[in-house]
Ligand binder design. Sequence first.
Ligand SMILES: [Zn+2]
Length: 160
Amino acid sequence: MDFGNLAKKERDRQYYQNHKEQSKERVKKWREDHRDHCKEYFRKYNQDHREQIREQRKEYQRKYRQKHRERIRKYNNKYRRELLRKRKEKYVHMLGDKCVKCGYDKCLSALDFHHLDNSKENDDESKTKAFEQKIKDGKIQLLCSNCHRELHHSTELVIK
Ligand SMILES: [Zn+2]
């Protein structure tokens, strides 16, 4: 083993540790004095390693998504819930803000959309445009959960 070399390496390391700030300053100053050179160097580096940089970025994003999967999922869920709530508020407002049968107007979650043409209810609510058109055509009624349930219960009884 080359102890001489090893000792030199250790000395260099020690020197670097003791003069860390100084050498950082020196590098910083050199970069400032050679700004154009550095700019050109980085530009060329980016150009030559474009694919590699892209791959690295992709890999970073993949790892980030994996690491924060739960947080991202929660964020998306929250965002989606928010969106659905806003959309419902809008529809409820278009329909007069209260149950057409008993006048209930307290809780948004306790207000339902009753489809007068007996089409599938949940399908249409996700299709904004189609649903809005149905409201304008008078095919949707706003009912509170109680009235809605009573209504369906009675029609079911009639049908059977
Ligand atoms: Zn009602």
